[in-house]
Design a binder for this molecule. Structure first.
Ligand code: UD1
Ligand code: UDP
Length: 372
């Protein structure tokens, strides 16, 4: 059999984390695959942080990053760059991961060149086209163009079946985020960041915060941060660490709300290794991130999801995550419960792993080999 030529496309931090296991698996299977990596670089610094950790060198780098560019600009620049890459490499299959604008552009570019598409992390649905925005639409539009849907869970497969997709094209694989996580967590991890080393993890309750969603920017994000500020003010044993997303609109709100708060540490985005190991040491996670919602349950960390809806109901069904919304009073109340009610905390702090067994990349490669 001829080798399958696979082009792996990604562009942002979470796609890089979740594609890394697939990139490695393809390299291990060189008898069956010739693979090349194309980064759009929709993100720059936050992408490069992950490339470094996983020692990935892209074959093509479109370098489309520009601070503050619109969704249209990202889409157009990615599409144009991808056209040249597809014409140069002439792949049999293009792999995209998740729901960013890079993913949709990658799928569209593949379709325009009639190249088969594998969608990793297929079938997640929140049920609201505008939340998360534009991710819900990106993954639905990508689904329409996809030949191989790699669904992480039964729930995501069911979503696809409900939309009428052919069952023979859907493969339940788990989420590759769990593969990546299993490589990096180390109970004896030593942080290089001075600010983290200064924190007394034994006597303090550390809340790890991440927030960046487009639809939360503005009032919802102000509410989320204000609830955390109230909690930090009232509980002397609480410290909040927020590795801020590089989006200046997000940072502006964080600086404004948390001004003067000694127990709230606003820091630069962490590399994946310190970030995941910090998550492993913290007491509670508060997040609007997709990837963090998947990682925290397998580390046994209670997660408050500060969004109005989630496409990841599995953590909530498993009891480790709660949908706290974006209402200040509600987030405050949920945090108070977790901080002061030990039974409630214990109920949520169970390590469960609804998102896969850490071998998703292997299953994806096998499904391609068997079905291409
Ligand atoms: C993007 C994805 C989102 C994903 C998130 C992961 C889209 C539309 N959104 O959102 O689905 O959850 O990445 O983090 O695809 N910036 C930098 N340097 C970087 C990265 C970002 O300065 O390395 C700043 C820039 O000012 C940029 C802004 O952040 O304009 C927003 O970046 P963008 O890629 O448009 O959207 P994200 O909010 O990062
Ligand atoms: N992450 C990281 N450093 C940070 C914050 C997050 O490496 O400072 C990792 C995290 O472990 C997860 C991914 O980035 O794997 C999530 O990215 P993000 O929240 O930006 O995007 P989303 O998952 O919401 O699309």
């Amino acid at each position: 059999m001829d080798k399958i030529k696979v082009l792996v496309i990604f562009g942002t931090r979470p796609e890089a984390v979740k594609m890394a296991p697939i990139v490695k698996a393809l390299k291990k299977n060189q008898d069956n695959f010739v693979s090349k990596i194309c980064v759009t670089a929709q993100h720059r610094d936050m992408l490069d942080q992950v490339l470094r950790i996983f020692d990935i060198e892209p074959d093509y780098d479109l370098n489309i990053f520009e601070s503050g560019q619109t969704l249209t600009q990202i889409t157009c620049r990615a599409l144009r760059g991808l056209e040249e890459v597809i014409e140069d490499f002439n792949p049999d299959l293009i792999l995209v991961q998740g729901d960013t604008t890079t993913v949709f552009s990658g799928a569209l570019a593949a379709f325009y060149h009639q190249v088969k598409i594998g969608h990793v992390e297929a079938g997640l649905r929140s049920g609201n086209l505008y939340s998360p925005y534009p991710e819900e639409a990106n993954r639905m539009m990508t689904g329409v163009l996809t030949d191989f849907h790699f669904a992480p869970t039964e729930t995501s497969k069911d979503n696809l079946l409900r939309e009428g997709y052919d069952e023979n094209k859907i493969f339940i694989t788990g989420n590759t985020s769990i593969d990546a996580l299993s490589w990096v967590i180390d109970e004896n991890y030593k942080f290089e960041e001075e600010i983290i080393n200064k924190i007394d993890f034994r006597n303090k309750k550390v809340i790890l915060l991440t927030a960046h969603r487009r639809e939360n920017i503005g009032e919802p994000m102000k509410n989320i941060f204000s609830a955390l500020k109230d909690i930090a003010k009232e509980n002397k044993d609480v410290e909040v660490i927020y590795p801020m997303h590089l989006n200046p609109k997000v940072r502006e709100i964080a600086y404004e709300v948390f001004k003067g708060m000694q127990s709230v540490h606003l820091i630069e985005p962490l590399d994946y290794l310190p970030f995941t190991n910090l998550m492993n040491k913290c007491h509670i996670v508060v997040t609007d991130s997709g990837g963090v919602q998947e990682e925290a349950p397998s580390l046994g960390k209670p997660v408050l999801v500060v969004r109005r809806e989630t496409e990841r109901p599995e953590g909530i069904e498993a009891g480790t995550a709660k949908l706290a919304g974006t209402d200040r009073a509600n987030i405050y109340n949920e945090l108070n419960i977790l901080l002061n009610d030990e039974d409630e905390y214990r109920k949520m702090a169970n390590a469960v792993n609804p998102y896969g067994d850490g071998r998703a990349a292997e299953y994806i490669i096998q499904a391609i080999k068997d079905n291409f």
